[in-house]
Design a protein around this ligand. Structure first.
Ligand code: DQA
Length: 147
């Protein structure tokens, strides 16, 4: 199985941005870690990160027919983007929402997740492990559908 791992704005700044909230692991370090975890789980992964809403929408659209599921951390667009929600609904691929920090315990404007409304699985506040849990959930989801 192949998954697209999508990250939204400022995730490329991991390791530099607010380390007290997001930790010291860099974006490159995150990708290396996830490549290793994907190999361990026996799935293929492709990564996409953008600071632009439209590019994120296009990447989700292009995933149709190419991958078996999407793991997505839309970052700040989580809380604002109906366009990302609609793109996820349009492709209708199984999707897992990930947030490094526990958004449920942060500012009130982080309490709404539009993208999350199109996601079957949610891993919030687990740091980098959230992406791994996302891959695991999508793998299990695919295996159940194949049976
Ligand atoms: C985030 C949480 C968002 O509220 C924030 O805008 C981010 C990262 C997280 O992974 O915890 O950029 O999605």
């Amino acid at each position: 199985m192949k998954f697209l791992i999508v990250n939204g704005p400022n995730i490329n700044m991991l390791g530099i941005r607010e380390p007290d909230i997001y930790g010291t692991l860099t974006y490159e370090g995150l990708l290396e870690y996830l490549k290793g975890e994907a190999a361990r789980l026996g799935c293929e992964v492709e990564f996409f990160q953008s600071n632009s809403e439209g590019e994120l929408v296009t990447a989700i659209q292009k995933a149709l027919g190419r991958v078996d599921g999407i793991v997505i951390n839309p970052a700040a667009y989580t809380h604002t983007s109906v366009a990302i929600l609609d793109a996820l609904k349009a492709v209708a691929l199984p999707a897992a929402e990930v947030h490094l920090s526990d958004v449920t315990k942060r500012e009130s404007f982080r309490q709404i997740s539009y993208a999350g409304m199109a996601c079957k699985y949610h891993f919030i506040g687990l740091g980098k492990e959230g992406y791994v849990r996302g891959m695991e959930a999508l793998l299990a989801d695919g295996q159940n559908r194949d049976e």
